[in-house]
Design a protein around this ligand. Structure first.
Ligand SMILES: Cc1cc2nc3c(=O)[nH]c(=O)nc-3n(C[C@H](O)[C@H](O)[C@H](O)COP(=O)(O)OP(=O)(O)OC[C@H]3O[C@@H](n4cnc5c(N)ncnc54)[C@H](O)[C@@H]3O)c2cc1C
Length: 388
């Protein structure tokens, strides 16, 4: 290497190191309070503390005890084909999970087995193929498969009639509770404080600035407050006159006792959605994230199991350990609410459906906004101000 090149390289490294140090040092006194220890709070806290911020996470119940604990946790962008910006954000979320896999090694309970869909009648197939074509045009790895390949991919399945099938090769699933645990453990090892059960009962504001939060354990001062409180976010926002409309929506899932290995992929059969976690447990719903029909939850669970057993007969006698009736965190227009609250300079909102897929991207973007003052273009369609 020429001497001049070497000096340039050393100079660039020194500048980068100095910038990194001064950026971190300038912000190291900042205290960020994150409300909520679901997947979004855990992600944002992890990203912030990794960058040197002083972080306190407050959780009113226990980590992952909200919507996150009842999530199907399918990591995908293919079901977001109605909006290109939303699709792009989800694709970034998926890439973020791969980045996290490098950060955490094998500790994250992730499976990248792809997703397999098939349909048994023409109208449903047409819908499936419309989605496929849209996301393929956007560059997503996906393809139509024939019945023989479907059999090869799911050798233990009893497929029934197959009208059309597709595979999304880079999609995956995660155990959301295990992932929150991994994120919070790392955040704590980097210096974050996690307090639970501590409920935030109010936000302390002076003029257009938040000064801290009122909690069941007294007032805690903060330079920035992040509201990642899932369903609890609406009340917290409204207490400051910030509009954050959510709509009620639920999804019933069964969680079985561990089963012998059946699946590597997440399966979207005509009447059932099924995944098998690394620990062998089957998680299933009727339809994608199926809604409750209002009847007895245990009976719904039995019907969900019967639907899954249509396609995987060995599941017929599987023991259901839990039937969950998860409440989605669903903004009124279906899209994420991300960014500073209108008129309040240091109150950051992170509220969304598909929060498992999106968590790594939201953690990264929120941290850049809070610590670097950057407003990423990708978040422009998702600002809280659209409800103001
Ligand atoms: C049935 C179902 C299936 C789903 N499937 C998928 C899927 O396949 N893929 C996907 O990406 N997403 C899926 N989702 C959506 C995803 O699970 C959620 O978007 C995500 O879990 C939201 O995480 P969160 O951290 O925002 O909220 P939560 O997990 O609810 O966390 C918020 C936390 O804040 C705490 N809290 C609330 N108020 C306060 C307060 N005042 N003080 C202190 N703490 C407070 C709560 O106790 C809670 O622990 C699904 C959701 C459901 C219900």
């Amino acid at each position: 290497m020429q001497r001049r090149q070497l000096l340039q390289l050393l100079g660039a490294t020194a500048v980068a190191a100095a910038y990194g140090r001064s950026a971190a040092a300038a912000r190291s006194a900042d205290h960020v309070v994150v409300i909520g220890a679901g997947i979004l709070g855990a992600s944002i806290a992890y990203h912030l503390v990794k960058r040197g911020a002083k972080v306190t996470i407050l959780e009113k119940s226990a980590p992952a005890s909200g919507t996150t604990g009842d999530s199907f946790a399918y990591l995908n962008a293919s079901t977001k084909s109605s909006s290109r910006p939303y699709y792009e954000l989800n694709a970034r979320g998926m890439a973020g999970w791969r980045r996290w896999q490098l950060d955490f090694g094998g500790a994250l309970p992730l499976q990248w087995g792809g997703a397999i869909y098939w349909r048994d009648e023409a109208a449903a197939t047409e819908k499936l193929l419309t989605t496929l074509r849209t996301v393929q045009e956007w560059g997503y790895p996906a393809r139509r498969i024939d019945e023989r390949e479907l059999h090869d991919l799911l050798p233990k399945a009893s497929l029934g009639r197959v009208d059309g099938a597709v595979v999304y090769e880079e999609e995956g699933v995660v155990d959301p509770v295990g992932a929150v645990q991994v994120l919070l453990d790392r955040a704590k090892s980097l210096g974050a404080t996690l307090k639970f059960p501590v409920e935030v009962t109010g936000i302390d504001v002076a003029g257009d600035r938040v000064r801290g939060v009122k909690t069941t354990e007294g007032t805690i001062a903060a330079d920035t407050v992040v509201v990642a409180a899932g369903l609890g976010s609406q009340w917290l926002a409204q207490s400051l006159d910030v509009k954050l409309p959510l709509v009620a929506s639920n999804g019933v899932l069964i969680h079985t006792a561990p089963q012998p290995k059946l699946l590597d992929s997440v399966v979207f059969a005509p009447a059932s959605t099924i995944k098998q976690s690394a620990n062998g447990r089957i998680v299933s719903s009727s339809g994608h994230e199926g809604s409750s029909d209002g009847s007895d939850l245990q009976q719904q669970g039995q019907r969900i199991l019967a639907n899954a057993a249509r396609y995987f007969p060995t599941l017929k006698d599987a023991k259901i350990e839990r039937v969950s009736n998860g409440q989605r965190v669903l903004p009124q227009d279906g899209f994420p609410v991300l960014g500073y609250a209108p008129k309040i300079g240091n109150l950051y909102l992170a509220v969304t459906h598909s929060g498992i897929t999106l968590a790594p991207a939201i953690g990264q973007f929120a941290t850049q906004e809070i610590l670097d003052g950057i407003a990423p273009d990708s978040l422009a369609p998702f600002r809280p101000s659209r409800f103001a």
